[in-house]
Design a protein around this ligand. Sequence first.
Ligand code: ATP
Length: 199
Amino acid sequence: MHLKTLTVRGFKSFASATRFDFEPGITCVVGPNGSGKSNVVDALAWVMGEQGAKTLRGGKMEDVIFAGTSARPALGRAEVSLTIDNSDGRLPIEFSEVTITRTLFRQGGSEYAINGAPVRLLDIQELLSDTGLGREMHVIVGQGQLDTVLRATPTERRGFIEEAAGVLKHRRRKEKALRKLDSMQGNLLRLADLLAELS
Ligand code: ATP
């Protein structure tokens, strides 16, 4: 499995559609200060479901949409597509190539798609979670983040390891199932009350 192409349009400094082709192995992005190198990494994190505006170095999520320059007006939406080579079947989906797309509209609302079909954010998180590309992006190590890991409490450190090992996915599912059970329990109680009143 490897990242094949990343296409950004209206995302941060990339107003026009821009496509990056990656080969297996190491890729280096070089360029002058402020030319948008980190924005490429932000686009990767964003398309894989990143929800924290701060992680993306902005104040609010809308800040990822091209804000305009003196030469070009602001855009109304940001769109990023990431194509992953899945010929080794590491992603649990029957496609040898998987394209994840995320779109955000300035008017509000966002869309996610897998190979062109609309999906929920959860579907993208689940698709990627067994690869270590989970909800928390520990595969993307930002500037200064090593300090955070070194200073983490034992509980936080355990969280990092669980996310990387894919355990958190099951913990989240368990929590969701327990919440459902809880609300069922409430329904059963109400039903028992009603039955008692009727009999
Ligand atoms: P450095 O080498 O200094 O770390 P860099 O190459 O990583 O820089 P980035 O931080 O990726 O650069 O890009 C910064 C540029 O992106 C700035 O010029 C900033 O104005 C621009 N930028 C960020 N968000 C937006 C946006 N929403 N609309 C337009 N431009 C944006």
